[in-house]
Design a protein around this ligand. Sequence first.
Ligand SMILES: Cc1cc2nc3c(=O)[nH]c(=O)nc-3n(C[C@H](O)[C@H](O)[C@H](O)COP(=O)(O)O)c2cc1C
Length: 417
Amino acid sequence: MSHADTLSQTLTLPCGVTLPNRFGKSAMSEALGTIDNHVTPKLERLYARWAKGGTGLNITGNIMIDRRHTGEPNNVVVEDERDMPLLKRWAEAGKSQGGAIWVQLNHPGKQIPRMLASGDTLSPSAVPFGKELKSAFKTPRALTEEEIQDIIQRFARTASICKKAGFTGVQIHGAHGYLVSQFLSGHHNRRTDQWGGSLENRMRFPLEIYRAIRKEVGEGYPVSIKLNSADFQRGGFSEEESMTVAKTLADEGLDLLEISGGNYENPVMAGAKGVRESTVNREAYFLDYANEIRKRVSVPLMVTGGFRSAKAMAEAVNSGATDVIGIARPLAVEPDLPNAIQAGREGVVSRVTPRKTGIKAIDEMAMMEVSWYTRQLHRMGAGKEPKPNESVLLALFKVIATMGVGSFKTRRLRANI
Ligand SMILES: Cc1cc2nc3c(=O)[nH]c(=O)nc-3n(C[C@H](O)[C@H](O)[C@H](O)COP(=O)(O)O)c2cc1C
């Protein structure tokens, strides 16, 4: 079978929904909401562009479930039906070529930059960041039982509004150090009640979120989670624990498990550090883990991080390591990649090089990478094509300026609410 044939196969999920091919656009935060976190038509344009490029499954950048807690300025927040008309147009654009569009649901927990946080940041426990990031993020306050229950219901409510708007699935963001992954980690979660301690207790939070969402959206609707294979932190979430969480959610009826890894303190999801060169060259940072999980769990898998060539993508599907190829950065530069591969383009189809400033603290936060790719999303949102030779420093400058002004305006806005 050619690479194109392999990757053009459909995939039927446990809920009965069929994806048209094996290309999954992994979530990339667009920061294309308004300053008060409403949907804009730019999102509609961006997702129409990706749909046109042939991606079978489009997962949106993280949408926040609580207006008081956003990870960046201009995140979209969905807590009520105020944005229903624009949400509908966004969903429609995503499915315009017959593909799926799923919403990624998130709560940042303590991963809110200090300059954006207007009040307390929240986490399972009041564990500060390590010394490198301590100045950029507040030490969080531990959540109360009541707040935990409220957040679980918020995930479910946002899922239900998105379903009503026409999005064809949802994904819980359980990776990269945000609130769900803070609960899972023995380092960040030091609670002694039903939400902390044993793995059974630490995974109660994602499990209850999953159940609450499922109750709202029903059996025939795709529900996914993006989970870290590990967070690569001492005392943190291990691969063994991750597999137990995956198995538990799969037994509950999960439709797709997306595998990633890392957090702000150790951003291996972007290959920034901690990923061996041999792994980067082989593509797919988390394939070993995927092979292991395959032996234990039968849930469909989407492995994300590092895929750059049609050959590596097709081999990963043929070997049975993954069902869907998760792709983020290449699609910010080459939105037509899935169509190009399906039309028979072989070899290295996308070579995304790490973009660095040389300033250690910035590079290690993967800030450079994120800024540059965010700029490409903004171009597509404005109806332009990506610009692969865009200046790295200019992109960083523009994104930092936008973040700085955006954070100031967000804080001022919240102070007036
Ligand atoms: C600009 C940008 C924004 C991102 N935003 C999110 C996000 O909102 N949610 C998420 O789960 N991952 C996010 N990621 C991580 C990607 O989904 C993906 O896991 C990572 O980039 C590795 O995949 P890649 O090698 O194909 O880029 C983001 C990555 C980039 C570059």
